[in-house]
Design a protein around this ligand. Structure first.
Ligand code: GLU
Length: 508
C-alpha cells in the first residue's frame, strides 16, 4: 500500500520554547507538503506531563504564525484526524499496546522504580554501566514473561505498577530506507524493551507517535537526526501491527558556530545570538532572545534556515517562500551537520532589508524609535532617514544603535580622529564654513557639498583635515552615511547648534 496523499506532521513536545532546529524541521515539512500539494499538520506531543511547560504550545503556534507556515490541520483547526493534542487522544492508545501483548510482541512489566534502581546498582557492581531491559535481562525482572500465570493475573487485577514493554526479538536486523541517509540498519540486540504504556495509562512517545502517524495517515516523517535510533523501534512496531510505515527523512544536526558539537540553547546566551524564533520568558532561567526581537525579518530567517541543511546544488541563495516551495526537494537535504553561521543569518537579513521599500520599513523603524524614546520626528524625516541608512544595517535595531545621532545631539566625540585631524590653525576656516552653512540658500546636500568643497579648494585646504572634523562636529563619530546628505537630513538649525557646541567645547 502506498499513501494517496502527501501528509506530513510537525510533532513538537511542549517542553519549552521551540529551538531553531525545530523551526527548521517545521519549515522543511511545510515546504515538502506545499510542493507536493499535500497537508501540513501540527500535532502536539504532550504525553509526558512531567515535562509539560505552560505557554509552550502557544509559543509554537505563534512562531509558525509569525513565519507564515500555515497549517492545514492542528489543535484549534478543523480536521478529519483530530484531536491533534496527544493528551486528548489518551483513550486511543491502550488498546494498541494490548494488541501487541496479545500477539506476543509486548508484555506486561511490573517492576517498580525502586526495583529498577536496585537492578541497575547490582549491574554496576558487575561492571555493567547501563543496564538494558532486553532479551538478556528480562527473565530476571518482574514481568509477564518471567512470572507465573497466576502471579501475572494477580498483579494485573491488583493494577498497580503495570506497564507494557516491547518484546524486542534477538538477532534480527532491522532496516529501513531513510531519504537522507539511504539504507539504515540496526541489530535488534542493540535495542531495549522500551516501555510503550506507562503505569498511569499514558503512552510513551514511541507508541503515541506511531499510532498517531498511522491514524493520521502520515506519509512522510521528516524530523531531526536525534530520532534516528528510535526509528528502529518504530519500524519494528509497524511490522508488529502490519501497518505500512511512512517514509523517513532525518535532518542533519545543527552545529555550534565553531562546527564542533550540537548547537544548544545555552550557546545563544554565550555567543549573544538568538537560537529561538521569538523571545521566551524562561522565568528563573532568564529571558531568551528571539530572532524577531533581535531585528530579523521572517523572510531572512526562513531563507537562512532553508540553507541550514539543504542545498539546491546551484548558486542561488535568495529565495522567497514561493521559490523555496518550488525548489525544495527532500533528496537535496545534506547528510553532514550544518554549522550555525550567525554572520550569514545577518547577511540574509541585510539583503531583505535592502529589498524592502521605505514604506514597508516605516512602521518597524517607528516602533523601534518609540521604544528608544524618540517621538519628535515626523514620517517624512523618518522616511529620509531610512533611505539613508537602509544599506548600512543588518538588523532593524541598528537603525537606532548605528545612527542615534540623527535623533539627539552627540553625547561623546571620536577623540582619536579629532587628535589626528583637527588643527587649531584651521579654526578660522571652520568659522567661515559655519557662516557658509548659515547662508546657503537651499539647504540641500548638493548645495552644501559644492559650497563647502569650493571653499576647501579655494583656500588650498586639505579635504582630509576638514571633512572628518565636520563629520565629528555634526555626528560625533566617523561611522555614518554620506556626510552632506546627513547634514541635509539633520537640518540647518541643528547642524549649526551642533557645530557651535562642538567647537566651543574643543577650544575651551
Ligand atoms: N515529539 C517529538 C519531538 O519533540 C517528535 C519527534 C518526531 O517528529 O517524531 O521532537
Amino acid at each position: 500500500m502506498t499513501f494517496e496523499k502527501i501528509r506530513v506532521r510537525f510533532a513538537p513536545s511542549p517542553t519549552g520554547p521551540l529551538h531553531i532546529g525545530g523551526v527548521r524541521t517545521a519549515l522543511y515539512n511545510y515546504l515538502f507538503a506545499k510542493k507536493m500539494k499535500g497537508d501540513f499538520i501540527l500535532r502536539i506531543e504532550d504525553t509526558d506531563q512531567t515535562r509539560y511547560v505552560p505557554g509552550a504550545e502557544d509559543y509554537i503556534k505563534e512562531s509558525l504564525d509569525w513565519l507564515g507556515l500555515a497549517l492545514n490541520e492542528g489543535p484549534g483547526l478543523e480536521g478529519n484526524y483530530g484531536p491533534y493534542r496527544q493528551s486528548e487522544r489518551k483513550h486511543l492508545y491502550a488498546k494498541y499496546a494490548k494488541q501487541l501483548v496479545e500477539q506476543g510482541n509486548a508484555y506486561y512489566a511490573f517492576d517498580t522504580a525502586e526495583e529498577l534502581a536496585e537492578a541497575r546498582e547490582k549491574a554496576k557492581e558487575k561492571g555493567i554501566h547501563t543496564l538494558k531491559y532486553d532479551a538478556t535481562t528480562r527473565m530476571n525482572m518482574k514481568n509477564s514473561l518471567s512470572l507465573s500465570e497466576e502471579e501475572t493475573a494477580q498483579r494485573l487485577s491488583d493494577g498497580t505498577n503495570v506497564t507494557i514493554r516491547l518484546n524486542i526479538p534477538r538477532d534480527e536486523t532491522i532496516s529501513f530506507e531513510d531519504i537522507v541517509r539511504g539504507q539504515v540498519s540496526f541489530n535488534s540486540n542493540e535495542l531495549d524493551d522500551k516501555v510503550i504504556l506507562k503505569a498511569d495509562g499514558m503512552p510513551t512517545y514511541h507508541l503515541a507517535n506511531i499510532v498517531d502517524d498511522h491514524l493520521m495517515v502520515i506519509s512522510h516523517v521528516i524530523r531531526g537526526e536525534e530520532w534516528l535510533s528510535s526509528t528502529a523501534h518504530h519500524v519494528l512496531m509497524y511490522s508488529f501491527f502490519n501497518w505500512t510505515p511512512p517514509s523517513f527523512a532525518h535532518l542533519p544536526l545543527i552545529l555550534k558556530p565553531s562546527g564542533k558539537g550540537k548547537l544548544s540553547k545555552r550557546d545563544g546566551a554565550k555567543f549573544g545570538f538568538p537560537v529561538f524564533p521569538l523571545e521566551w520568558d524562561g522565568g528563573e532561567d532568564g529571558t531568551y532572545l528571539g530572532f524577531k526581537e533581535a531585528g530579523f525579518t521572517k523572510e531572512a530567517l526562513l531563507n537562512f534556515l532553508l540553507l541550514l541543511g539543504w542545498s539546491s546544488g546551484d548558486d542561488i541563495e535568495k529565495y522567497t517562500l514561493d521559490e523555496m516551495i518550488e525548489a525544495f526537494d527532500l533528496s537535496r537535504i545534506i547528510k553532514s551537520g550544518a554549522r550555525f553561521d550567525y554572520d550569514k543569518a545577518k547577511w540574509f537579513n541585510q539583503q531583505y532589508i535592502i529589498d524592502k521599500s521605505t514604506e514597508d520599513l516605516l512602521n518597524p523603524v517607528k516602533e523601534l524609535l518609540i521604544k528608544e524614546g524618540v517621538t519628535d520626528k515626523d514620517d517624512a524625516y523618518i522616511s529620509s532617514f531610512i533611505e539613508l541608512m537602509k544599506e548600512r544595517v543588518e538588523l532593524i535595531p541598528e537603525f537606532y544603535s548605528k545612527a542615534s545621532f540623527f535623533f539627539s545631539k552627540p553625547s561623546e566625540y571620536d577623540e582619536k580622529t579629532i587628535r589626528k585631524k583637527y588643527k587649531s590653525e584651521n579654526q578660522p576656516h571652520f568659522d567661515k564654513m559655519y557662516s557658509i552653512i548659515e547662508n546657503i540658500e537651499n539647504f540641500n546636500s548638493q548645495e552644501i557639498e559644492s559650497n563647502i568643497k569650493s571653499y576647501i579648494s579655494d583656500e588650498n585646504l586639505k579635504f582630509g583635515e576638514i571633512l572628518p572634523v565636520m563629520r565629528i562636529a555634526s555626528m560625533g563619530t566617523m561611522q555614518g552615511p554620506d556626510l552632506f546628505t546627513s547634514l541635509e537630513l539633520l537640518g540647518r538649525k541643528e547642524v549649526l547648534e551642533r557645530w557651535k557646541m562642538f567647537f566651543q567645547q574643543l577650544n575651551n
